[in-house]
Design a binder for this molecule. Sequence first.
Ligand code: BYC
Length: 328
Amino acid sequence: MTVRQAGTSSADDAPPELQERFDDTIARDQRIEPRDWMPDGYRKTLIRQVAQHAHSEIIGMQPEGEWITRAPSLRRKAILFAKVQDEAGHGLYLYSAAETLGADRADLTERLLEGRQKYSSIFNYPTLSFADVGVIGWFVDGAAICNQVPLCRSSYGPYARAMVRICKEESFHQRQGYELLMTMMRGTDAQREMVQDAVNRWWWPSLMMFGPPDDASPNSAQSMAWKIKRHSNDELRQRFVDMTVPQAEKLGVTLPDSELRWNEERGRHDFGTPDWAELKRVISGDGPCNAERMERRRAAHEEGAWVREAAAAHAAKQAARTKKGAAA
Ligand code: BYC
């Protein structure tokens, strides 16, 4: 990976005053900016998380994108089109944030295509009916909001600022999903069954989006100490459950968890345990749609090669013209 060397060194060989200034900035809840010195591990962790997030947005266009041509009305098609386009935009903001850390975007893409960098497990499940579009908006974008609103306070400036805009758009995405489901629930029995079926299939994978349980999350402790992550995976999962249960009641659907109930003492919901073996399988490439998603991404990358080449040739021509103009 191309990583700019300036402003980085391992904790062992860093002048102590640089490490102190970094620690102090974190302690005072201020932001680390691209030109500031930062420990090598901090930079690497951020590139890992931001790149995985960017890849998730780009691969995440596929499950819903499949329904653009089959949307049931012009209005639904326009909404879905706009949402999928927003996801491409989120990917771009995030790749740009990774570039401020010295990462090279072509290299990050290469890593995704070669399976050396991850993307969210949730996008390896199929979208079987149009109700899935609504449930993705409600659950997946809802989970994204729980996870990403705290990232607006992440200690790395460009990431935190990218998250502000992304979260505003995610909140619109969640509402469009919920509004679609409300409409279907007011429709026929067959439509209500489609919604319930989609809820049954997406509930557990949505809980898995938050990552492994805290005691099996190798990165959480350090990421939280650096204030990259503000809350643990389990805390965010709990917030998502607490937020979603009343919404499910209002909608009139049942969440597929027999252990789900309000715990008066904790003031929170108790809920069942996701199938962590399934999460591991999906993350390691063996989910229902992993092969299909990656094949599609690779094909899109190859088909887009001429666009990248044309843009690079145009940029080179412009640069040569500017240079010639400056020399004249
Ligand atoms: N799927 O130590 P942990 C969206 C990996 S986009 C796959 O807990 P960390 C949207 C993890 O990377 C949604 N991999 O890690 C888009 C690590 O592997 P490596 C994406 C997962 O980083 C379109 C290992 O497991 N959101 O919302 O502390 C349409 C151990 O985990 C998953 C983000 O990326 C998973 N579910 O915490 C609609 C948000 N979980 O890298 C919506 C930003 C864990 O060590 N990211 N892994 O090999 C984060 O908040 C954190 O990176 C995570 C994981 C909570 C995801």
